[in-house]
Design a protein around this ligand. Structure first.
Ligand code: ZN
Length: 230
């Protein structure tokens, strides 16, 4: 148990919820940060609130930072989210659901809160294996961001090194689900779909839905968020 403060980026999805639960299990006091970037799947913001409550975080901020003014992504502009049949593999290449510089923007905001709050640790649920090909999910990016953070901040130049924790970096989706279960992450409260129906149901066909389904299938676990009882 560290009892120290850490800022955890919490989207309300499976990966960030698992990371937050892992941090809690390690004894971190969690400052949960959710960015309301006016994403197409705004429903995930409600899920983030429920996850933050379930994990009894120290504080949760949902920060409005509308990225639709920039557009450039299927998640922030009027561009269709690519779909494929349920079970079809997620293809190579950087998809149109990539949001320009999103993790750089999010981590920078998290860094600002961390420095203000006296925290030196950031957690983010990036993953270099079962991911959608986003360049800002790779270890090289995280190392570069850490170096930048320690150059850019008063705390950094005064010797208190910032660290970006990426406990999911080398896990596949099935491994993430197993890790989530080991720490009692509230996966039943999570949301993954990029393009929910007007009734608020997951589409089952976007990259995020298919990666989620693949993970639960490979972990041999039923998805608790999809069960009729929830
Ligand atoms: Zn979907």
């Amino acid at each position: 148990m560290t009892g120290k403060l850490a800022v955890v980026l919490l989207s309300g999805g499976l990966d960030s919820t698992t990371v937050a639960a892992m941090a809690r299990a390690e004894g971190w006091r969690i400052l949960a940060l959710t960015i309301d970037y006016n994403q197409r799947h705004r429903i995930e913001l409600d899920h983030a609130v429920r996850v933050a409550n379930a994990l009894a975080v120290e504080r949760h901020i949902v920060l409005p930072l509308d990225l639709t003014g920039f557009g450039g992504s299927a998640l922030t502009a009027d561009i269709d989210v690519p779909k494929a049949k349920a079970g079809a593999p997620v293809g190579p290449g950087i998809p149109v659901t990539y949001v320009p510089a999103r993790n750089t923007i999010f981590l920078s905001v998290a860094l600002g809160w961390a420095e203000a709050a006296g925290a030196r640790d950031l957690f983010i649920g990036v993953n270099a294996l079962d991911f959608s090909g986003y360049p800002d999910c790779r270890p090289e990016f995280i190392a570069a961001f850490e170096a930048m953070a320690n150059t850019a901040t008063k705390a950094g130049v005064e010797g208190a090194a910032f660290r970006v924790h990426t406990p999911l970096m080398t896990m596949d989706k099935a491994g993430i689900i197993a890790a989530a279960q080991a720490v009692g992450a509230p996966l039943h409260l999570t949301w993954s779909c990029y393009d929910p129906s007007p009734q608020g149901r997951p589409c089952g066909q976007c990259d995020s839905c298919r990666l989620r389904a693949k993970g639960f299938a490979e972990a041999g676990v039923a998805d608790p968020a999809q069960s009729p009882s929830t």
